[in-house]
Design a protein around this ligand. Structure first.
Ligand SMILES: CC(C)(COP(=O)(O)OP(=O)(O)OC[C@H]1O[C@@H](n2cnc3c(N)ncnc32)[C@H](O)[C@@H]1OP(=O)(O)O)[C@@H](O)C(=O)NCCC(=O)NCCSC(=O)C[C@@H](O)CCCCCCCCCCCCC(=O)O
Length: 719
């Protein structure tokens, strides 16, 4: 767990050896303690260098250990002892020094950093704080404002920024470890007192209270209801107002309030869920580590609407040459200008040159004959998409992968019109595609494992969080959205307002309430889908009662809103009103109030007071209930996949963990009981009927999320 060597006859070299990130597990802490004791007691040793194996200094405390009882030497006294030792200790930082790894570096008397290394205190993103002295030492080293910013955001910084901030002593392009050994030899004769960061006085701005207040407001605005950043601010205040010995106690008290909190558990779950999602696995046995992706050098995008443009940018900025196709000259020209503008702005922001030379714009599908992969992003119309796929089948070379960006149509039906169904896969991007991190990779029953591996790996290359899902209407994300949206509109019928429902969801932590989100996405999209699925229009059986369709409760209010030309932000009116078309500042609209009142009186509905708790339970338990059905149907392989989709694609708050983790945190028994209660009250809403899997899990004693898979039959998996 740590290798001890004597180098240059007088330097003890301690190498952390805990792959893959040299996390400070109890065994590593134990090994550091033993090695340090050896080094400090050996008269031959004049100085110490600490580094990490495989070019990675240290990724911090071992997060997996947080779930169990705390064992091994505690970190704070261990680090305090390193700092207090009488021999100079130099940290040789390569790769990463994060969290406890950064705190380890801060107790070393000198820090030498490789120019490609990244440093940071990301604890806040895990719902905790840097509790191995980080909140006390960093402000002493770089001052309150800079330390506050780093600790409350968890941002990683480059070696160069660390040098500028005064965190490190030298940045090198050489081997940091070799340089650190030389550095240590030169440090032997120098006094150490000024190098012990905990002994420094925190440089304190005169307006400390005002600064802390401003950061508190900022944090509350950005991360509503999240506890960890607020605790970080309090800990940094202690660094400014208390001696180290008291500050470190305050840090530890604050850590104790966070450590076992639901938010910390949820955020740590998110960390691992995101990594689990990349490890896709199919019932056939094909999986991430036994399926080789193809290399993609060139791609084509069909359709330069909002989605197509974002996809072109996502591909070009990672060096893939892209041919963009439109059906009309005017659309092609508009799309071209937009893409160039987006790429130029993106490149400026990242300080690189825009890769415009990778782009080609054309009206002819014939130009696609040699590309490695095509992503179709035309209008959401099955007949049109089938025509495109038939055409691609004729034009593209037989090995070209054909992908569709459909947000819910049958990927296998598209595969069926091609000459290569095994090379067809869904790549469902989220809008705007160059910004949103989520990619659903939709596996059709005939998609080959190589095809899936290629789509997953291309997603990763584009910086997306890719999740493999099965083929069914709406896949995972949009299929679950339906019961969630339905509950919101039923609540409108029963007496709530869009702003009340949105506020409850935003207070819960959603980036946007359901109605503001719908206004942003465009209300006409769902309207068209409802028309196509026969819920409205000439196909509706006239014998249907007005608030019933296809044998279940139906709320026509969204259709009435669309009939008035209110399509959301783009038309300046939707569930809210905006200053102008395209405006983003949502204000409650009295016309919507009137519409709701008239609607209720037309159908004799007596509005009632609806609590925030009912809003949250009905919307979120219906959402999770559909998630359980998705697991039963084998549309998602694991609850983690569903949660990652909702975290990255639908603004579910990370400190809630995602709908499935949230359900487990509330308690499956409670979720079951509330769903039964609501289903009894609304028997015409099948989505409220508890799913068999939920019942089964409760009957099995409500196992933790990570164990649900053991209870899911995969015989009928669609993956
Ligand atoms: C390091 C990375 C940037 C590397 O990224 P990369 O993309 O290369 O690789 P992956 O992300 O895929 O990771 C590979 C692999 O490694 C796993 N992993 C990564 N980091 C850790 C880790 N820190 N611990 C465990 N495992 C880790 C990862 O899961 C992958 O494995 P998998 O099997 O899932 O594929 C990137 O990985 C990264 O960003 N890592 C996280 C960095 C981080 O956040 N570090 C901070 C950790 S928290 C910390 O350090 C806390 C410290 O401040 C010290 C705290 C002291 C604790 C004291 C406890 C006192 C409690 C008091 C309360 C008592 C109350 C009571 O009475 O109960």
């Amino acid at each position: 767990m740590a290798r001890y060597e004597l180098v240059k006859r007088s330097v003890a070299l301690i190498t952390l050896t805990n792959p893959p990130v040299n996390a400070l597990s109890s065994a590593v802490r134990h090994a550091i303690a033993k090695s340090m004791e050896h080094a400090l007691n050996d008269p031959k040793v004049k100085a110490v260098v600490i580094c990490g194996e495989n070019g990675r200094f240290c990724g911090g405390a071992d997060i997996r250990e947080f779930a169990g009882p705390l064992r091994g030497p505690p970190l704070v006294p261990l680090l305090d002892a390193i700092e207090a030792g009488e021999k100079p200790v130099v940290a040789a930082i390569e790769g990463v020094a994060l969290g406890g790894g950064f705190e380890l570096a801060l107790v070393c008397h000198y820090r030498i950093v490789h120019f490609k290394a990244r440093l940071g205190l990301p604890e806040v993103t895990l719902g905790i704080l840097p509790a191995a002295g980080g909140t006390q030492r960093l402000p002493r080293l770089i001052g309150i404002p800079a330390a506050l910013e780093l600790i409350t955001t968890g941002r990683h910084i480059s070696a160069q920024e660390a040098l500028k901030l005064g965190i490190v002593d030298q940045v090198t392009e050489q081997n940091a470890c070799e340089l650190a050994v030389e550095f240590a030899l030169r440090a032997v004769a120098k006094p150490l007192s000024s190098r012990r960061v905990s002994m420094l006085t925190t440089p304190c701005p005169p307006d400390l209270d005002a600064l802390l207040e401003a950061v508190t407001m900022q944090v509350k605005r950005k991360a509503r209801g999240v506890m960890a950043p607020l605790a970080c601010i309090q800990a940094v205040r202690a660094a400014a107002t208390m001696p180290y010995s008291k500050g470190i106690k305050r840090e530890s008290e604050l850590m104790a309030t966070l450590f076992n909190s639901g938010q910390a558990r949820a955020l740590q779950y998110c960390f691992f869920a995101q990594r689990t999602a990349g490890k896709w696995t199919l019932p056939s046995g094909a999986q991430w580590n036994n399926s080789k992706p193809r290399e993609i050098r060139s791609a084509a995008i069909i359709g330069l609407g909002t989605m197509g443009r974002g996809i072109v940018v996502s591909l070009a900025r990672v060096g893939i040459s892209v041919i963009a196709v439109e059906s009309e000259k005017k659309l092609l020209e508009t799309g071209k200008q937009m893409v160039i503008g987006m790429l130029e702005r993106d490149a400026k922001r990242r300080g690189v040159s825009a890769s415009l030379n990778l782009l080609k714009f054309t009206l002819s599908l014939q130009d696609l004959k040699d590309v490695d992969l095509v992503i179709e992003a035309v209008f959401e119309d099955m007949a049109l998409k089938k025509r495109v796929f038939q055409e691609l089948s004729k034009v593209c070379r037989p090995a070209t992968l054909l992908c569709t960006n459909t947000s819910g149509l049958d990927v296998d039906a598209l595969a069926g019109v091609t000459d290569r169904p095994h090379l067809v896969v869904g790549m469902h991007f989220f809008s705007p595609a160059h910004v949103m991190k989520l990619l659903e990779v939709v596996c059709g029953p005939r998609s080959s494992s190589e095809t899936i591996a290629t789509a997953m790996s291309l997603g990763k290359r584009m910086g997306k969080v890719s999740v493999a899902v099965g083929n069914c209407p709406g896949f995972v994300g949009n299929r679950m959205l339906k019961p969630y949206l339905d509950q919101a509109t039923f609540l409108l019928e029963e007496g709530a307002t869009p702003e009340q429902i949105d506020k409850a969801l935003e207070d819960f932590g959603f980036a946007m309430g359901v109605f503001r989100m719908s206004d942003l996405a465009g209300l006409d999209v769902g309207w068209r889908v409802r028309k196509e699925s026969g819920l409205i229009g000439p196909d509706v059986d006239p014998k249907n009662p007005p608030r019933r369709r296809q044998g279940r409760r139906y709320c026509p209010i969204p259709d009435m809103v669309c009939e008035q030309g209110r399509f959301g932000q783009k038309t300046g009116r939707g569930w809210y009103m905006y200053d102008k078309p395209g405006g983003t500042n949502a204000k409650p609209d009295p016309l919507i109030q009137n519409l709701l009142e008239m609607y209720r009186s037309r159908y004799g509905i007596q509005p009632r007071n609806i609590s925030d708790q009912e809003i949250i339970e009905r919307c979120l338990f219906a959402l999770a209930n559909e998630g359980f059905r998705i697991l039963e149907d084998g549309i998602a392989a694991r609850p983690e996949d569903i949660d990652v989709i909702y975290l990255f694609g639908y603004g579910f708050p990370r400190h809630g963990g995602g709908p499935m983790f949230y359900a487990s945190m509330v308690g499956l028994e409670r979720v079951l009981e509330r769903l039964e209660h609501y289903h009894q009250a609304h028997p015409d809403v099948p989505h409220l009927e508890p799913s068999p899997l939920l019942k089964k899990l409760v009957a099995c004693g409500s196992p933790p999320v990570q164990k649900w898979r053991e209870h899911i039959k995969t015989m009928h998996s669609h993956l």
